[in-house]
Design a protein around this ligand. Structure first.
Ligand SMILES: *[C@@H]1O[C@H](CO)[C@@H](O)[C@H](O)[C@H]1NC(C)=O
Ligand SMILES: *[C@@H]1O[C@H](CO)[C@@H](O)[C@H](O)[C@H]1NC(C)=O
Length: 181
């Protein structure tokens, strides 16, 4: 694949203010394989839990519940870093961006607005001391950056508030393209 096009795209994304209009593509699919919240900080969170389940032969969907001790309001920041599997390990991949969660939601990055369809999550501002649930979430690959090479990936999504990490979400998935014969 076109590593040149990819690096130009990434350089563009990093050098300008994030332009989420570029997060559109119809070239590859993303299949989630597993996901978890390996840790959360008990000073800021009552709990945070992610439960993946196989919803049909191809797709894994995510259920999530979380309760914030602190009032993050509209200021929860999500920092995304991708890792690509190569030579037996996940290696840092040049796809990295961060923004306020409320902005990512507004821009529907990765189909995030579907988070509002099932469960008690009602969007922004985020409320505290409430069981916020999300169910049956499957990301929408058409709302992700173009030119991502096929392969196995891990996405780290770090949730930050005032520079403190509240929780980390790890998502493992596969980028595939329909076979051309
Ligand atoms: C699996 O479920 C997802 C989401 O409901 C749907 O988009 C997809 O087409 C389904 N795949 C199959 C093979 O049924
Ligand atoms: C949060 O809500 C979900 C869905 O209703 C429920 O399954 C879960 O037990 C609740 N968690 C807590 C800690 O109350």
């Amino acid at each position: 694949m076109n590593v040149f096009v990819l690096s130009v795209f990434i350089a563009t994304v990093l050098s300008q203010a994030l332009d989420f209009n570029k997060f559109r593509q119809y070239d590859y699919q993303l299949i989630i394989e597993r996901a978890s919240i390996p840790h959360y900080d008990k000073r800021y969170m009552n709990y945070a839990k992610l439960t993946p389940f196989k919803c049909n032969r191809t797709n894994v969907a995510l259920n999530r519940m979380a309760s914030f001790k602190v009032n993050v309001g509209i200021d929860l920041v999500i920092m995304v870093q991708a890792y690509r599997f190569a030579s037996n390990e996940y290696r840092s991949f040049p796809l990295r961006f961060q923004d306020k969660m409320c902005n990512l939601l507004k821009e529907n990055i990765g189909g995030m607005q579907k988070l509002l369809n099932c469960g008690s999550f009602s969007g922004c501002p985020v409320v505290s001391n409430t069981n916020i649930t999300v169910c049956n979430f499957i990301p929408d690959a058409s709302m992700l950056p173009p030119f991502i090479p096929s392969g196995n990936y891990r996405l780290n999504l770090q949730a930050l508030f005032s520079n403190n990490e509240l929780f980390l979400t790890e998502v493992y998935g596969k980028v595939t393209r329909p076979e051309v014969k």
